[in-house]
Design a protein around this ligand. Structure first.
Ligand code: NAD
Ligand code: G6P
Ligand code: MN
Ligand code: MN
Length: 432
Protein backbone atom coordinates (compact mmCIF):
# COMPACT_ATOMS: atom_id res chain seq x y z
CA UNK A 1 0.00 0.00 0.00
CA UNK A 2 0.99 3.65 -0.45
CA UNK A 3 2.50 5.86 2.19
CA UNK A 4 1.76 9.54 1.72
CA UNK A 5 3.35 12.21 3.90
CA UNK A 6 2.07 15.78 4.11
CA UNK A 7 4.35 18.45 5.52
CA UNK A 8 2.35 21.28 7.07
CA UNK A 9 -0.38 18.77 7.93
CA UNK A 10 -1.98 21.24 10.35
CA UNK A 11 -3.15 23.38 7.44
CA UNK A 12 -6.87 24.16 7.27
CA UNK A 13 -6.81 22.72 3.73
CA UNK A 14 -6.07 19.18 5.00
CA UNK A 15 -9.77 18.07 5.00
CA UNK A 16 -9.89 18.82 1.27
CA UNK A 17 -6.84 16.63 0.74
CA UNK A 18 -8.43 13.79 2.69
CA UNK A 19 -11.69 14.20 0.79
CA UNK A 20 -9.69 13.99 -2.45
CA UNK A 21 -8.09 10.70 -1.39
CA UNK A 22 -11.43 9.28 -0.29
CA UNK A 23 -12.96 10.18 -3.67
CA UNK A 24 -10.17 8.20 -5.33
CA UNK A 25 -10.14 5.24 -2.94
CA UNK A 26 -10.59 2.81 -5.83
CA UNK A 27 -7.59 4.10 -7.75
CA UNK A 28 -5.17 4.75 -4.86
CA UNK A 29 -4.24 1.82 -2.60
CA UNK A 30 -3.43 4.02 0.40
CA UNK A 31 -2.13 2.38 3.54
CA UNK A 32 -0.73 5.25 5.56
CA UNK A 33 -1.23 9.01 5.64
CA UNK A 34 1.30 10.92 7.74
CA UNK A 35 0.53 14.52 8.69
CA UNK A 36 3.63 16.34 9.91
CA UNK A 37 3.86 19.73 11.55
CA UNK A 38 6.10 21.68 13.91
CA UNK A 39 5.71 22.52 17.61
CA UNK A 40 3.94 25.84 16.87
CA UNK A 41 1.38 23.99 14.76
CA UNK A 42 0.78 21.12 17.20
CA UNK A 43 -2.69 22.22 18.25
CA UNK A 44 -3.87 22.77 14.67
CA UNK A 45 -2.39 19.43 13.65
CA UNK A 46 -4.34 17.66 16.37
CA UNK A 47 -7.64 19.34 15.54
CA UNK A 48 -7.48 18.86 11.79
CA UNK A 49 -5.77 15.48 12.11
CA UNK A 50 -8.59 14.17 14.28
CA UNK A 51 -11.10 15.41 11.70
CA UNK A 52 -9.06 13.58 9.04
CA UNK A 53 -9.31 10.39 11.11
CA UNK A 54 -13.09 10.81 11.48
CA UNK A 55 -13.44 11.38 7.72
CA UNK A 56 -11.49 8.22 6.89
CA UNK A 57 -13.47 6.19 9.41
CA UNK A 58 -16.79 7.59 8.18
CA UNK A 59 -15.80 6.49 4.65
CA UNK A 60 -15.31 2.96 5.99
CA UNK A 61 -11.61 2.87 5.12
CA UNK A 62 -8.85 1.20 7.11
CA UNK A 63 -6.17 3.77 6.24
CA UNK A 64 -3.83 4.67 9.08
CA UNK A 65 -3.71 8.40 9.77
CA UNK A 66 -0.60 9.36 11.77
CA UNK A 67 0.00 12.78 13.32
CA UNK A 68 3.60 13.62 14.11
CA UNK A 69 6.11 16.39 14.76
CA UNK A 70 8.91 14.09 13.57
CA UNK A 71 9.51 14.79 9.90
CA UNK A 72 12.02 11.98 9.42
CA UNK A 73 9.56 9.40 10.70
CA UNK A 74 6.95 10.71 8.29
CA UNK A 75 9.30 10.73 5.29
CA UNK A 76 10.74 7.26 5.86
CA UNK A 77 9.78 5.09 2.84
CA UNK A 78 7.08 7.51 1.68
CA UNK A 79 5.82 7.10 -1.90
CA UNK A 80 4.47 10.63 -2.18
CA UNK A 81 5.32 13.70 -0.16
CA UNK A 82 3.09 16.75 -0.35
CA UNK A 83 4.12 20.10 1.10
CA UNK A 84 1.75 22.80 2.35
CA UNK A 85 3.71 24.56 5.05
CA UNK A 86 4.02 28.24 5.88
CA UNK A 87 7.38 29.21 7.35
CA UNK A 88 6.82 31.92 9.97
CA UNK A 89 3.07 31.18 10.05
CA UNK A 90 0.42 33.78 9.27
CA UNK A 91 2.21 36.42 11.34
CA UNK A 92 5.02 36.46 8.79
CA UNK A 93 2.43 36.85 6.01
CA UNK A 94 0.85 39.79 7.86
CA UNK A 95 4.29 41.46 7.87
CA UNK A 96 4.82 40.63 4.18
CA UNK A 97 1.57 42.37 3.33
CA UNK A 98 1.65 45.29 5.77
CA UNK A 99 5.26 46.49 5.60
CA UNK A 100 5.34 47.18 1.84
CA UNK A 101 1.97 48.93 2.14
CA UNK A 102 3.41 51.18 4.86
CA UNK A 103 5.67 52.47 2.04
CA UNK A 104 2.73 52.71 -0.37
CA UNK A 105 4.05 49.60 -2.16
CA UNK A 106 1.90 46.59 -2.98
CA UNK A 107 1.78 43.95 -0.24
CA UNK A 108 0.70 40.48 -1.31
CA UNK A 109 1.33 36.89 -0.27
CA UNK A 110 3.02 35.70 -3.48
CA UNK A 111 3.63 38.92 -5.44
CA UNK A 112 5.98 41.85 -4.97
CA UNK A 113 8.12 42.14 -1.85
CA UNK A 114 5.90 39.75 0.14
CA UNK A 115 6.30 36.98 -2.41
CA UNK A 116 10.07 37.48 -2.53
CA UNK A 117 10.32 37.22 1.25
CA UNK A 118 8.10 34.15 1.32
CA UNK A 119 10.62 32.60 -1.08
CA UNK A 120 13.52 33.69 1.16
CA UNK A 121 11.93 32.00 4.20
CA UNK A 122 10.71 28.87 2.44
CA UNK A 123 13.56 27.85 0.13
CA UNK A 124 16.05 26.94 2.92
CA UNK A 125 13.39 24.70 4.51
CA UNK A 126 12.39 22.94 1.27
CA UNK A 127 16.06 22.26 0.51
CA UNK A 128 16.42 20.67 3.96
CA UNK A 129 13.38 18.49 3.25
CA UNK A 130 14.84 17.44 -0.10
CA UNK A 131 18.09 16.35 1.57
CA UNK A 132 16.08 14.20 3.99
CA UNK A 133 14.06 12.76 1.11
CA UNK A 134 17.24 11.72 -0.71
CA UNK A 135 18.17 9.75 2.39
CA UNK A 136 14.79 8.43 3.55
CA UNK A 137 12.58 8.10 0.45
CA UNK A 138 14.76 8.70 -2.62
CA UNK A 139 12.11 7.45 -5.07
CA UNK A 140 9.23 9.51 -3.73
CA UNK A 141 7.47 12.19 -5.74
CA UNK A 142 7.33 15.60 -4.13
CA UNK A 143 4.09 17.44 -4.81
CA UNK A 144 4.62 21.05 -3.78
CA UNK A 145 1.94 23.63 -3.00
CA UNK A 146 4.04 25.69 -0.70
CA UNK A 147 4.13 29.20 -2.06
CA UNK A 148 5.59 30.81 -4.00
CA UNK A 149 4.96 27.43 -5.64
CA UNK A 150 6.83 28.05 -8.90
CA UNK A 151 9.99 29.37 -7.24
CA UNK A 152 9.96 26.67 -4.56
CA UNK A 153 9.66 23.98 -7.25
CA UNK A 154 12.48 25.54 -9.28
CA UNK A 155 14.71 25.67 -6.18
CA UNK A 156 14.12 21.94 -5.59
CA UNK A 157 15.15 21.08 -9.16
CA UNK A 158 18.04 23.50 -9.63
CA UNK A 159 19.59 23.66 -6.18
CA UNK A 160 18.24 20.50 -4.53
CA UNK A 161 19.03 18.50 -7.69
CA UNK A 162 15.81 16.55 -7.12
CA UNK A 163 13.91 15.77 -10.31
CA UNK A 164 10.76 14.08 -9.06
CA UNK A 165 8.97 17.27 -8.06
CA UNK A 166 5.78 18.87 -9.35
CA UNK A 167 4.35 22.24 -8.32
CA UNK A 168 0.61 22.79 -8.11
CA UNK A 169 -1.76 25.71 -7.88
CA UNK A 170 -5.53 26.08 -7.92
CA UNK A 171 -5.70 29.19 -10.11
CA UNK A 172 -6.06 27.31 -13.43
CA UNK A 173 -8.83 25.16 -11.91
CA UNK A 174 -10.58 28.32 -10.74
CA UNK A 175 -10.43 29.71 -14.28
CA UNK A 176 -11.67 26.46 -15.83
CA UNK A 177 -14.63 26.37 -13.47
CA UNK A 178 -15.60 30.01 -13.84
CA UNK A 179 -15.18 30.22 -17.59
CA UNK A 180 -17.04 27.02 -18.37
CA UNK A 181 -19.85 28.27 -16.13
CA UNK A 182 -19.96 31.54 -18.09
CA UNK A 183 -20.39 29.47 -21.26
CA UNK A 184 -23.01 27.24 -19.63
CA UNK A 185 -20.78 24.18 -20.06
CA UNK A 186 -18.89 21.66 -17.95
CA UNK A 187 -15.10 22.05 -17.85
CA UNK A 188 -14.78 18.59 -19.45
CA UNK A 189 -16.53 19.86 -22.58
CA UNK A 190 -13.78 22.41 -23.20
CA UNK A 191 -10.04 22.36 -23.66
CA UNK A 192 -7.91 24.90 -21.80
CA UNK A 193 -4.31 25.55 -22.81
CA UNK A 194 -2.14 27.35 -20.25
CA UNK A 195 1.38 28.73 -20.44
CA UNK A 196 3.48 31.02 -18.26
CA UNK A 197 4.76 30.75 -14.72
CA UNK A 198 2.96 30.28 -11.40
CA UNK A 199 0.47 33.12 -10.77
CA UNK A 200 1.57 34.68 -14.05
CA UNK A 201 0.14 32.70 -16.95
CA UNK A 202 -2.28 33.16 -19.79
CA UNK A 203 -4.58 30.68 -21.46
CA UNK A 204 -6.61 29.88 -24.54
CA UNK A 205 -9.85 27.95 -24.73
CA UNK A 206 -11.12 25.53 -27.38
CA UNK A 207 -14.49 23.86 -27.80
CA UNK A 208 -15.10 20.15 -28.29
CA UNK A 209 -14.51 20.43 -32.03
CA UNK A 210 -11.16 22.10 -31.53
CA UNK A 211 -12.38 25.57 -32.47
CA UNK A 212 -10.71 28.33 -30.50
CA UNK A 213 -13.28 30.27 -28.43
CA UNK A 214 -10.96 32.50 -26.37
CA UNK A 215 -12.55 35.67 -27.81
CA UNK A 216 -16.04 34.51 -26.85
CA UNK A 217 -14.88 33.85 -23.31
CA UNK A 218 -13.29 37.32 -23.10
CA UNK A 219 -16.71 38.72 -24.18
CA UNK A 220 -18.45 36.76 -21.42
CA UNK A 221 -15.91 37.81 -18.82
CA UNK A 222 -16.58 41.47 -19.50
CA UNK A 223 -20.34 41.24 -19.98
CA UNK A 224 -20.68 39.38 -16.66
CA UNK A 225 -18.12 41.41 -14.72
CA UNK A 226 -16.90 38.10 -13.39
CA UNK A 227 -14.36 37.70 -10.58
CA UNK A 228 -12.10 34.65 -10.39
CA UNK A 229 -10.32 34.32 -7.07
CA UNK A 230 -11.79 34.61 -3.55
CA UNK A 231 -8.53 36.06 -2.28
CA UNK A 232 -8.01 38.83 -4.84
CA UNK A 233 -10.07 42.01 -4.53
CA UNK A 234 -11.85 42.39 -7.84
CA UNK A 235 -11.14 45.27 -10.20
CA UNK A 236 -12.23 44.66 -13.81
CA UNK A 237 -9.44 44.56 -16.37
CA UNK A 238 -9.41 47.20 -19.11
CA UNK A 239 -11.20 45.61 -22.02
CA UNK A 240 -9.18 46.97 -24.94
CA UNK A 241 -5.93 45.79 -23.41
CA UNK A 242 -7.15 42.28 -22.71
CA UNK A 243 -8.58 41.99 -26.22
CA UNK A 244 -5.17 42.93 -27.58
CA UNK A 245 -3.58 40.03 -25.66
CA UNK A 246 -5.81 37.55 -27.48
CA UNK A 247 -5.44 35.30 -24.46
CA UNK A 248 -7.07 35.27 -21.06
CA UNK A 249 -4.91 36.65 -18.26
CA UNK A 250 -4.96 35.03 -14.81
CA UNK A 251 -6.46 36.64 -11.72
CA UNK A 252 -3.04 37.71 -10.45
CA UNK A 253 -2.49 39.85 -13.56
CA UNK A 254 -4.69 42.44 -11.86
CA UNK A 255 -1.58 43.35 -9.83
CA UNK A 256 0.44 43.95 -13.00
CA UNK A 257 -2.17 45.40 -15.37
CA UNK A 258 -3.95 47.52 -12.76
CA UNK A 259 -1.15 48.20 -10.28
CA UNK A 260 -2.18 51.65 -9.06
CA UNK A 261 -5.82 50.69 -8.59
CA UNK A 262 -4.84 47.53 -6.69
CA UNK A 263 -2.45 49.42 -4.41
CA UNK A 264 -5.23 51.91 -3.61
CA UNK A 265 -7.57 49.08 -2.69
CA UNK A 266 -4.96 47.42 -0.56
CA UNK A 267 -4.13 50.70 1.20
CA UNK A 268 -7.79 50.96 2.26
CA UNK A 269 -7.58 47.49 3.76
CA UNK A 270 -4.26 48.33 5.36
CA UNK A 271 -5.86 51.32 7.10
CA UNK A 272 -8.71 49.13 8.38
CA UNK A 273 -6.36 46.37 9.56
CA UNK A 274 -8.09 44.05 7.16
CA UNK A 275 -5.38 43.01 4.75
CA UNK A 276 -5.98 39.54 3.29
CA UNK A 277 -3.62 37.93 5.83
CA UNK A 278 -5.58 39.50 8.68
CA UNK A 279 -8.87 38.34 7.15
CA UNK A 280 -7.44 34.84 6.72
CA UNK A 281 -6.36 34.76 10.36
CA UNK A 282 -10.00 35.24 11.43
CA UNK A 283 -11.30 32.83 8.80
CA UNK A 284 -8.86 30.23 10.03
CA UNK A 285 -9.93 30.63 13.66
CA UNK A 286 -13.55 30.09 12.59
CA UNK A 287 -12.60 27.03 10.55
CA UNK A 288 -10.72 25.40 13.41
CA UNK A 289 -13.68 26.00 15.74
CA UNK A 290 -15.81 24.12 13.21
CA UNK A 291 -13.20 21.35 12.84
CA UNK A 292 -13.24 20.74 16.61
CA UNK A 293 -16.83 19.46 16.49
CA UNK A 294 -16.56 15.69 17.09
CA UNK A 295 -19.72 15.17 15.02
CA UNK A 296 -18.17 16.76 11.94
CA UNK A 297 -17.08 13.99 9.57
CA UNK A 298 -16.87 15.83 6.22
CA UNK A 299 -15.08 18.80 4.73
CA UNK A 300 -17.16 21.84 5.76
CA UNK A 301 -18.51 24.31 3.19
CA UNK A 302 -16.76 27.29 4.86
CA UNK A 303 -13.38 26.13 3.51
CA UNK A 304 -14.38 27.44 0.08
CA UNK A 305 -13.87 31.01 1.40
CA UNK A 306 -10.13 30.37 1.26
CA UNK A 307 -8.34 31.39 -1.92
CA UNK A 308 -6.80 27.96 -2.31
CA UNK A 309 -10.08 26.03 -2.68
CA UNK A 310 -9.74 22.91 -4.87
CA UNK A 311 -5.98 22.84 -4.74
CA UNK A 312 -5.77 19.72 -2.60
CA UNK A 313 -8.13 17.91 -4.93
CA UNK A 314 -5.69 18.69 -7.74
CA UNK A 315 -2.94 17.12 -5.63
CA UNK A 316 -4.90 13.90 -5.26
CA UNK A 317 -5.60 13.82 -9.00
CA UNK A 318 -1.92 14.42 -9.73
CA UNK A 319 -0.86 11.60 -7.40
CA UNK A 320 -3.37 9.25 -8.99
CA UNK A 321 -2.30 10.28 -12.49
CA UNK A 322 1.34 9.51 -11.70
CA UNK A 323 0.56 6.28 -9.86
CA UNK A 324 -1.85 5.03 -12.54
CA UNK A 325 -0.11 6.61 -15.56
CA UNK A 326 -3.47 8.24 -16.32
CA UNK A 327 -2.14 10.76 -18.86
CA UNK A 328 -4.47 13.41 -17.53
CA UNK A 329 -4.20 16.92 -18.93
CA UNK A 330 -3.28 19.13 -15.95
CA UNK A 331 -1.62 22.49 -15.41
CA UNK A 332 1.52 22.07 -13.30
CA UNK A 333 4.81 23.73 -12.50
CA UNK A 334 7.47 21.62 -14.16
CA UNK A 335 10.77 22.02 -16.00
CA UNK A 336 10.32 23.99 -19.22
CA UNK A 337 12.48 21.83 -21.49
CA UNK A 338 11.65 24.06 -24.43
CA UNK A 339 7.85 23.99 -24.13
CA UNK A 340 7.86 27.79 -23.79
CA UNK A 341 10.34 28.98 -26.40
CA UNK A 342 10.66 32.37 -24.69
CA UNK A 343 12.09 31.02 -21.43
CA UNK A 344 15.26 29.10 -20.43
CA UNK A 345 15.19 25.31 -20.79
CA UNK A 346 16.10 24.61 -17.18
CA UNK A 347 13.60 26.94 -15.50
CA UNK A 348 10.25 25.89 -14.05
CA UNK A 349 7.14 27.00 -15.93
CA UNK A 350 3.43 26.53 -15.28
CA UNK A 351 2.04 24.83 -18.31
CA UNK A 352 -0.60 22.37 -19.55
CA UNK A 353 1.00 18.94 -19.29
CA UNK A 354 0.16 15.29 -19.71
CA UNK A 355 0.70 13.54 -16.39
CA UNK A 356 2.34 10.16 -16.84
CA UNK A 357 3.99 7.63 -14.54
CA UNK A 358 7.30 9.33 -15.27
CA UNK A 359 5.92 12.75 -14.41
CA UNK A 360 4.50 15.70 -16.35
CA UNK A 361 5.17 15.96 -20.06
CA UNK A 362 4.73 19.68 -20.80
CA UNK A 363 2.83 20.41 -24.01
CA UNK A 364 4.71 22.50 -26.48
CA UNK A 365 3.30 26.03 -26.37
CA UNK A 366 5.73 27.89 -28.62
CA UNK A 367 6.18 31.66 -28.54
CA UNK A 368 4.21 34.49 -26.97
CA UNK A 369 3.43 37.84 -28.52
CA UNK A 370 5.74 40.67 -27.31
CA UNK A 371 3.21 41.90 -24.73
CA UNK A 372 3.26 38.60 -22.85
CA UNK A 373 6.87 37.76 -23.65
CA UNK A 374 8.30 40.96 -22.18
CA UNK A 375 6.58 40.69 -18.83
CA UNK A 376 7.10 36.95 -18.60
CA UNK A 377 10.83 37.12 -19.24
CA UNK A 378 11.18 39.89 -16.67
CA UNK A 379 9.18 37.91 -14.10
CA UNK A 380 11.17 34.74 -14.70
CA UNK A 381 14.49 36.59 -14.40
CA UNK A 382 13.19 38.14 -11.17
CA UNK A 383 12.35 34.63 -9.92
CA UNK A 384 15.77 33.26 -10.86
CA UNK A 385 17.50 36.08 -8.98
CA UNK A 386 15.16 35.66 -5.99
CA UNK A 387 15.93 31.93 -5.78
CA UNK A 388 19.66 32.56 -6.02
CA UNK A 389 19.40 35.17 -3.26
CA UNK A 390 17.38 32.75 -1.13
CA UNK A 391 20.00 30.01 -1.54
CA UNK A 392 23.11 32.16 -1.08
CA UNK A 393 21.87 34.89 1.27
CA UNK A 394 23.60 37.41 -0.97
CA UNK A 395 22.38 40.93 -0.19
CA UNK A 396 23.17 42.36 -3.62
CA UNK A 397 21.10 39.66 -5.27
CA UNK A 398 18.21 40.25 -2.87
CA UNK A 399 18.23 43.94 -3.76
CA UNK A 400 18.52 43.02 -7.44
CA UNK A 401 15.36 40.92 -7.15
CA UNK A 402 13.52 43.85 -5.56
CA UNK A 403 14.67 46.23 -8.28
CA UNK A 404 13.71 43.79 -11.05
CA UNK A 405 10.27 43.18 -9.57
CA UNK A 406 7.76 45.39 -11.43
CA UNK A 407 5.67 45.87 -8.28
CA UNK A 408 8.53 47.38 -6.28
CA UNK A 409 9.88 50.84 -7.18
CA UNK A 410 13.64 50.89 -7.72
CA UNK A 411 16.36 52.79 -5.90
CA UNK A 412 16.67 53.67 -2.24
CA UNK A 413 13.04 52.97 -1.42
CA UNK A 414 13.64 49.37 -2.51
CA UNK A 415 16.73 49.21 -0.30
CA UNK A 416 14.90 50.70 2.69
CA UNK A 417 12.03 48.25 2.33
CA UNK A 418 14.40 45.32 1.89
CA UNK A 419 16.40 46.29 4.97
CA UNK A 420 13.29 46.61 7.14
CA UNK A 421 11.95 43.25 5.97
CA UNK A 422 15.30 41.53 6.55
CA UNK A 423 15.18 42.71 10.15
CA UNK A 424 11.60 41.73 10.97
CA UNK A 425 11.92 38.29 9.37
CA UNK A 426 15.44 37.64 10.74
CA UNK A 427 14.36 34.60 12.75
CA UNK A 428 13.39 32.76 9.54
CA UNK A 429 16.30 33.89 7.40
CA UNK A 430 19.38 31.96 8.58
CA UNK A 431 21.06 32.45 5.18
CA UNK A 432 21.22 36.26 5.36
P1 NAD B 1 -0.91 27.62 7.37
O1 NAD B 1 -0.49 28.93 7.92
O2 NAD B 1 -2.12 26.99 7.90
O3 NAD B 1 0.33 26.63 7.48
C1 NAD B 1 0.18 25.25 7.33
C2 NAD B 1 0.96 24.53 8.39
O4 NAD B 1 2.35 24.62 8.17
C3 NAD B 1 0.73 25.07 9.81
O5 NAD B 1 0.06 24.11 10.58
C4 NAD B 1 2.12 25.39 10.31
O6 NAD B 1 2.31 25.09 11.66
C5 NAD B 1 2.97 24.51 9.41
N1 NAD B 1 4.39 24.86 9.33
C6 NAD B 1 4.98 26.06 9.42
N2 NAD B 1 6.31 25.93 9.28
C7 NAD B 1 6.56 24.62 9.07
C8 NAD B 1 7.74 23.86 8.84
N3 NAD B 1 8.94 24.44 8.82
N4 NAD B 1 7.60 22.53 8.68
C9 NAD B 1 6.40 21.94 8.72
N5 NAD B 1 5.26 22.61 8.93
C10 NAD B 1 5.34 23.93 9.11
O7 NAD B 1 -0.95 27.78 5.80
P2 NAD B 1 -2.08 27.49 4.69
O8 NAD B 1 -2.89 28.70 4.56
O9 NAD B 1 -2.71 26.21 4.92
O10 NAD B 1 -1.14 27.41 3.45
C11 NAD B 1 -0.05 26.49 3.44
C12 NAD B 1 0.88 26.76 2.31
O11 NAD B 1 0.26 26.45 1.07
C13 NAD B 1 1.32 28.22 2.19
O12 NAD B 1 2.64 28.27 1.74
C14 NAD B 1 0.38 28.77 1.15
O13 NAD B 1 0.88 29.89 0.51
C15 NAD B 1 0.25 27.59 0.24
N6 NAD B 1 -0.94 27.54 -0.62
C16 NAD B 1 -0.71 27.28 -1.92
C17 NAD B 1 -1.74 27.19 -2.81
C18 NAD B 1 -1.42 26.96 -4.24
O14 NAD B 1 -2.18 27.36 -5.10
N7 NAD B 1 -0.30 26.33 -4.54
C19 NAD B 1 -3.06 27.36 -2.37
C20 NAD B 1 -3.26 27.61 -1.01
C21 NAD B 1 -2.19 27.70 -0.13
C1 G6P C 1 -4.88 31.41 -4.32
C2 G6P C 1 -3.58 30.84 -4.75
C3 G6P C 1 -2.72 30.44 -3.68
C4 G6P C 1 -2.78 31.46 -2.58
C5 G6P C 1 -4.13 31.47 -2.02
C6 G6P C 1 -4.36 32.52 -0.99
O1 G6P C 1 -5.90 30.87 -4.94
O2 G6P C 1 -3.59 29.94 -5.80
O3 G6P C 1 -1.45 30.19 -4.15
O4 G6P C 1 -1.86 31.19 -1.61
O5 G6P C 1 -5.14 31.44 -2.94
O6 G6P C 1 -5.55 32.25 -0.35
P1 G6P C 1 -5.86 32.85 1.08
O7 G6P C 1 -7.24 32.39 1.39
O8 G6P C 1 -4.82 32.27 1.99
O9 G6P C 1 -5.72 34.32 0.96
MN1 MN D 1 -1.49 29.40 -6.25
MN1 MN E 1 11.31 47.14 -9.19
Amino acid sequence: GLKIATIGGGSSYTPELIEGYIKRKDELPIKEIWLVDIQEGKEKLEIVGNLAKRMVEEAGLDWEVHLTLNRREALKDADFVTTQFRVGLLDARIKDERIPLSYGILGQETNGAGGIFKAFRTIPVILEIVEEMKELCPDAWLVNFTNPAGMVTEAVMKYGNYEKVVGLCNVPIGHNMLESKLLGKNPEELRFVYAGINHHHWHRIYDKNGKEITKEVIDKLFSNNANIMENIKFIPFIEEQIRDLEMLPCGYHQYYYLTDDMVKKELDEFAKNSTRAEVVKKLEEELFEIYKDPNLKHKPEQLSKRGGAYYSDAACELISSIYNDKRTDMVVSTRNNGALADLPYDCVVEVSSIITASGPQPLNFGKFKPAQRGLLQLMKAMEEVTIEAAVTGNYGKALQAFILNPLIPSGNIAKKLLDEMLVVHKKYLPQF
